[in-house]
Each structure stands twice: as C-alpha cells, then as structure tokens.
Design a protein around this ligand. Structure first.
Ligand SMILES: *Cc1c(COP(=O)(O)O)cnc(C)c1O
Ligand code: SF4
Length: 488
C-alpha cells in the first residue's frame, strides 16, 4: 500500500471524517420531552431494539494470530486483502489452527474434498468468523464446507437449474423476462460462496463440474451489446457474474457507458457481493469507486437509473469498515439495494432477518429481495422450506420502512423466473412440492420448487427415493395447482 492512496483515509482520516458527520447531525440539546396528560406514550425501547446500530468497531482482525501485527492502513488496503485471500485449503487450515477445535479442522478438510466450488476467503471474512464456535458461525456456514454436515443433493437438482444458459441468446446474457436481461460479465469473484447458483460457470474448474466459459471478453461483450441494441423491449440490464468487483475500473466504465448510450436502456444495476466480503475496496480502490460514481452521474444526466446491488446475508457482515465504505457511495448519491439468500442456520430466524434489514438501512442499503435458497449442489444443509421463508417475511414486514422490507422470492426451477414466495398456486408441505405460474415468462407452463428432503417425514422421504412415486407426487401437485390457480 502506498501511503498516497490512503491519504486522508487511514485511521485518523476515517475516524475524524466520521466525527465531522456526527457534528453535523447532532442537534443542540433541547428541553426534555414532557408527555401531556391523557396522551398515550410507547414504553421506552429496550437497548436490544437498537442493536442494528452496534457495529463491530476497532481492529477486530488482530484477534486472529495471523493478522495480529496487521495495522489498520494495511487491513484497509484492498490489494492486501486480495493478495492475502486464501485459495488453498491447507493455507486456510494453517491460519485457523490453534483457534478452531482440531476435530473441526479435519471436518473442514474432508468438506473441501467434496465441494464443487472453488475456495476463496478474504482476511476480512476470516476475521469475522468466531473460530471458537465454527460449527454454528453464520459466516463459516456460507464459505467453509464441512463433511459432517453435508447432505445428499435433492433428487430434482440439475446443474443450471434456473436455465440461465438455455435462455441465453448470447453466451452469458440471459433474456428471460420481457424488458430486462441478466448479463454475466465475467466468471470470477472476490470470494467463492459454497451456495453459488452459478457454480456452472463461476470459479476455477474443481474437477467436479465442467464450467461454462464466461470470461471478461470484449468480443463476447460486443455480441451482448449488439443483441441488447436489437431488442427494443429491453430497458433494464443486470450486470453480474461472477462479480463486478473483479472488473477493473476501465471495464466498469466501458460497460456502463456502452449500455447507457443505447436509447432503449433505462436501468442498469451492478451486482456485487464485494461490499459484504471486502468493503476495503470502497475505501482504497479510488479508481474503481470513481468509475462507478461517474457511470451513476452519466446515468443521472441521461435520466437513467444506475444502481448498486449487494449481497449481505447476515448482520455480522456489516462492520465499521462497511459503514465507511458504503458511506462513501451514499455521499456520492449511489443508490444501493441488497439481495440476500435465506439460509438454514445463517439467517432463517425472525430476529436475525429483522436485524439484517435494519442494519442494512442503517448503513444506507435498501433490502430488496430475500431468495428462498435454490437447489444447488453440495449445499442441501443450507436450504430451508418455502414455508419458513413465508413466515419470516410476514414477521419482518412492519419492523422498518416498507421500502426497506424485502420481498421473499423463489427463483422457480426450469426458468420460470422469480415469484413471490407466497404466490404459489399450490403448496403441499407434506411432500415439499410447490407449483407456481409465471404469466410474464410463460403463461401456459407450471414451475416447481422443492423443499429440502430432510425437512419431510421419513415416510415421505421414502416416497421421494422411489422415482415412480416421485413422478406421481409431482403430477398430483401439478393437477391440484391447476384446480387452485386463481382461487387462492
Ligand atoms: C433476477 C433476474 C433479473 C432481474 O429481476 P428483478 O426482479 O427486476 O430484480 C433479470 N433477469 C434474470 C434472468 C434474473 O434472474
Ligand atoms: S460472489 Fe456471487 S457469483 Fe460469486 S461465488 Fe458468491 S454467490 Fe456466486
């Protein structure tokens, strides 16, 4: 890290900047509030109701022996984070040996041997995991597979279960909905998540899946631009991957400018998990941030929306570094939304989800979607039932602003697209089969979603193990869905 790039941003810079903001926001002390007689007052809130404002502060990473001597300027350097990200299981296990219980280390080693995804964990993520209790830790669960918790995949699972490739007129451009398309610009990420829906393309070849090629390749991008220009109905492009955090600043700019120049394009979103796993980049990669801010400004000039979509799953992923990093974008007028995935043992309880939504709001992010976990290889232990999602959604609504209350959605199998979790035509909780219709994708087809097998009774699990019985259960659900359609 050159001190240049940190000028005004080191410990002193960030802290004093924050104090300055506080000074602007704190009003002068006023007379205490006195309730008029006969008026009703809400009882005072317990301190726990304000937990969303309590972010991890200070040099928390120094609790990890490997980072004990890492000062703040170094830890905030995104290049240091990138260079020190762990991509080999033996390096990871060395970093946590002495911290995590020995049986856990062996369990993780065996877990990685069975994982279809690449490994990549940033020092930031590593230092947010409670290694004394790694089995229960919500971040560990998302990034580090362990053999003893692996479950058999769902029998209906296929690679690319959402048909993203089937609906792609150009490699990496999925045009499923009438006016919007998903553009996979590259196939790498700042970290690799166990539960990635795009394990068909993202990450290194692990030998367990043949990955599709969607490199950051300008010839492929040109094909995508040509296709987008040829479809007047397309107004909205999601720039994803992989993860746009891994695109150099000049590519962020190029993609933004090329797309905004197209008269039909009105909305752009850059999708990245980056702020959740390496917020340092927002503080120290000035060029990248400037490229994004410039595209947002260009959009405003052209009266078009340019937004950032992030992917936080747990309130512990939001620290003071996140607040300062995202704060920079908020100051520049970048609008930020969040998409989470509902995961068992991570965020599948009402308190955690409420806290996540309120904490996101606290750092200037608008919760947008919570996805019911897709069928993905090797992560059946992370999936929840559809019912769970519907119940949590109900309990979260009303906890904060309506525009900060996420919609819980299912990305239905076979390319039906996203549907509100509760909008099924039929849902049999006993067999775990839900049937949806999707009028804007294909009004004549039915689309399925399946609860995890382990959530079903032993009798029903036995029925699922029999292929003929399985087809019967699906046909039964499909015919009931026809009957109930429009009557719920
Ligand atoms: C999610 C998604 C979009 C964007 O959908 P929104 O509901 O507008 O967020 C576009 N195309 C595909 C293929 C998608 O999966
Ligand atoms: S960052 Fe996104 S695309 Fe990359 S591995 Fe994680 S979920 Fe998949």
């Amino acid at each position: 890290m050159t001190m240049e790039s940190l000028r005004g941003l080191g410990t002193q810079g960030v802290a004093s900047n924050h104090r300055a903001v506080d000074a602007i926001e704190s009003p002068a002390p006023s007379a205490p509030f006195v309730l008029q007689e006969g008026r009703h007052a809400k009882p005072p809130v317990p301190a726990t109701a304000l937990r969303h404002r309590e972010l991890q502060e200070g040099r928390f990473w120094q609790a990890i022996p490997a980072y004990r001597d890492i000062d703040e300027a170094t830890f905030l350097d995104y290049r240091w984070q990138g260079r020190n990200s762990i991509t080999r299981i033996d390096t990871l296990l060395t970093a946590i040996s002495g911290l995590a219980p020995p049986e856990f280390i062996a369990d993780a080693e065996a877990g990685f041997a069975h994982s279809p995804m690449s490994v990549r964990v940033s020092p930031y993520l590593l230092s947010l995991i409670d290694w004394r209790n790694p089995y229960a830790d919500p971040l560990r669960r998302q990034f580090i597979p362990i053999a003893s918790q692996l479950m058999p995949d769902h029998p209906e699972l296929v690679l690319d279960s959402l048909h993203e490739q089937e609906d792609a007129p150009v490699p990496g451009l999925t045009h499923r909905y009438p006016d919007k398309a998903l553009f996979l610009t590259l196939d790498t990420c700042p970290v690799y998540c166990r539960f990635c829906t795009r394990s068909y393309a993202v990450g290194q070849d692990t030998g367990m899946v043949d990955k599709v090629q969607i490199n950051a390749d300008s010839a492929r991008w040109e094909q995508a631009f040509t296709y987008i220009a040829s479809r007047p109905e397309l107004e909205d492009i999601v720039l994803s991957g992989g993860d746009v955090y891994n695109l150099p600043a000049k590519h962020i700019r190029h993609l933004g400018e090329r797309l905004l120049q197209l008269p039909n394009i009105k909305r752009l979103r850059y999708a990245t998990k980056g702020p959740a796993v390496m917020p340092q980049k927002l503080l120290t990669d000035h060029e990248w941030v400037q490229a994004l801010v410039d595209v947002v400004k260009l959009g405003r000039k052209l009266r078009k929306d340019v937004m950032l979509h992030t992917h936080f799953n747990h309130p512990a992923e939001i620290t003071w570094i996140t607040r300062e990093g995202l704060g920079r974008l908020v100051e520049e007028g970048v609008f930020i939304r969040n998409q989470s995935v509902l995961q068992r043992g991570v965020n599948d309880d009402v308190d955690t989800m409420r806290l996540l939504c309120k904490r996101l709001g606290h750092v200037g992010v608008h919760p947008y979607y919570v996805y019911i976990h897709d069928l993905v290889r090797g992560v059946e232990d992370l999936r929840t039932t559809l019912r769970k999602g519907i119940d949590i959604e109900k309990a979260v609504r009303g906890a904060t602003a309506g525009f900060n209350s996420p919609v819980f959605v299912v990305d239905t199998l076979g390319g039906g697209g996203k549907r509100d979790a509760h909008s099924y035509d039929y849902y049999d909780e006993e067999t775990g089969i839900a049937v949806f219709s999707s009028p804007n994708v294909d009004p004549d087809r039915q689309f399925f979603f399946f609860d995890p097998i382990a959530s079903l009774t032993p009798e029903v699990q036995a029925r699922w193990a029999d292929p003929q019985e399985r087809e019967r259960m699906k046909a039964d659900a499909a015919s009931k869905a026809m009957l109930f359609k429009g009557k719920r």
